[in-house]
Design a protein around this ligand. Structure first.
Ligand code: CA
Length: 479
């Protein structure tokens, strides 16, 4: 009897241990671009810009068409999704680490590190100044506790040898190529490895090769700095977008600013940047060139993962910290809460899942709880994002009824639902509001907020925003 009883138990134990040995937890490869609007990617419908490598990942994974950042510029966006809290929960609105606000609570990569993962970052994951911090090769607002290893990728940025032009604030053409947060295009001499992103791809490839065969799973975060200004790319990537005069500008509508509250006029506009149509078209060509350069670097990292034999055991995520205006409403760059700036590209590829396009709302705050769930790590109630893994198996599922995105620089708040974009300036709405019907008016030309027919809806959104802010301020941070 004893032997008969023990034998199945032994078999179970043996198979149990064999299965455990075979089931190494999934790796996470997180690739993030800087200032990349989804509208500049061919997999998101742009027919001028060509992004074959990001498209390839999109064809293998789930491409989210309604993914939003939770703050519309680098510092607070990155601090938010890396810490797991909304900007108004941590009050991190600037270009700093969230660490002092979260104490010893684990950040997203740190949680994987605490659970036995090797974690590393290459270049910009937490905020880094571009181009200044990249020129210096400094750590920026990094969080050392998040990583086993971290690597910076210094590069020449706007000083790269080549043909450069300052487009912004340079109507007479006398201003030389400059640094800082300025629209500059440089058609650079030399190859990819001259630049920060070329070095980042090379280091990421090296780390994948080093860690692919380890028993320990990896969480590798790869941060590219393009297409953030300056638009510096090896010449071959920019050539496709020359002559610059062929680049199409978005539709311009007379009186477009008349119904946008003053606080909603973006900090960079064609007018205050003094960019004529020639410069605007060159800005678009320079941006697309930087996107093509970025795309080629993403391709190198994806190729290395495939060659490593670990692609079938690795979650791959591609996204950006926020979007970017390329002349819509004569706005440029980020900060604005309008759609092109508020949206991010988001592609998630999980081994074994069917490729899909998902139109449901999602946000960068969801990445932490989602990857934790997919890798079998314990859920944490304190996190303010949601697990969107149900969307990967059923893209018709709905996890969010609304997304909150903020622009602290404008004291602005966006509530995005499936049908509406509601934007409010100041918590008491004293800076004005905008309401757009996103089905009838996806380009956001007609602000319905002052139309009496929509007064009840506006009041409803104001109340929802107040509730949402109260909800996220009720947290474990004691703030
Ligand atoms: Ca950014």
């Amino acid at each position: 009897m004893t032997r008969l009883f023990c034998l199945p138990l032994l078999i179970v134990l043996c198979f149990g241990s064999l299965t455990a040995a075979a089931e190494k937890p999934m790796n996470v490869l997180f690739i993030i671009s800087d200032d990349l609007t989804p509208t500049a990617l061919s997999c998101y419908g742009n027919t001028d810009s060509k992004t074959p490598n990001i498209d390839r990942l999109a064809a293998q994974g789930t491409r989210f068409t309604h993914a939003y950042c939770n703050a519309t510029y680098c510092g607070p966006s990155r601090a938010s999704f890396l810490s797991g809290y909304y900007p108004h929960a941590t009050k991190v609105f600037g270009y700093v680490s969230p660490r002092p606000k979260i104490g010893d609570r684990p950040t997203w990569p740190q949680y994987f590190r605490d659970n036995g993962y090797y974690t590393a970052r290459v270049s910009k994951i937490y905020h880094m100044g571009v181009p200044g911090g990249i020129e210096e090769g400094s750590d920026g607002a990094d969080d050392p506790l998040s990583w086993d290893e971290r690597f910076n990728s210094p590069g020449p940025e706007w000083k790269a040898p080549g043909d450069g032009e300052t487009l912004e604030g340079n109507p007479d053409g006398k201003r030389p190529v400059v640094g800082g947060n300025t629209f500059v295009v440089v058609e650079a001499d030399g190859d990819d490895l001259v630049h920060s992103d070329g070095k980042t791809a090379a280091k990421a490839v090296e780390l994948i090769e080093q860690h692919a065969q380890d028993d320990q799973p990896f969480f590798l975060a790869v941060g590219f700095v393009r297409p953030h200004v300056p638009f510096v790319s090896p010449r071959k990537y920019v050539d496709a977008y020359k002559p610059y005069s062929k680049n199409a500008l978005p539709e311009k509508v007379p009186g477009d600013w008349d119904d946008i509250p003053k606080q909603g006029i973006n900090y960079k506009t064609s007018k205050n940047m003094k960019m004529d149509l020639r410069r605007q078209k060159k800005a678009i060509g320079g941006y697309y060139g930087a996107v093509a350069f970025l795309d080629a670097q993403v391709g190198k990292v994806l190729d290395a993962l495939e060659a490593s034999g670990e692609a079938d055991n690795t979650i791959v995520i591609f996204t950006s910290d926020h979007g970017f205006h390329l002349g819509q409403h004569d706005f440029w760059a980020k900060v604005s809460l309008h759609e092109e700036s508020a949206c991010v590209p988001l592609i998630i590829k999980v081994p074994g899942q069917a490729p899909a396009v998902c139109d449901s709302l999602t946000q960068l705050l969801d990445l932490y709880p989602t990857t934790a769930a997919l890798c079998g790590l314990k859920p944490q109630d304190r996190l303010q994002g949601k697990d969107i893994s149900p969307l990967l198996s059923n893209p018709k599922e709905i996890v969010h009824d609304e997304i909150l995105n903020v622009s602290p620089m404008q004291n602005g708040f966006l509530l995005r639902t499936a049908d509406w974009a509601f934007i409010q300036y100041n918590e008491d709405a004293s800076g004005g509001v905008e309401l757009f019907d996103m089905h009838k008016d996806p380009q956001q030309f007609t602000n319905l907020a002052s139309d009496p027919d929509y007064a009840d809806l506006v009041d409803d959104f104001k109340a929802r925003l107040a509730d949402k802010l109260q909800e996220l301020r009720t947290n474990d941070l004691g703030s």
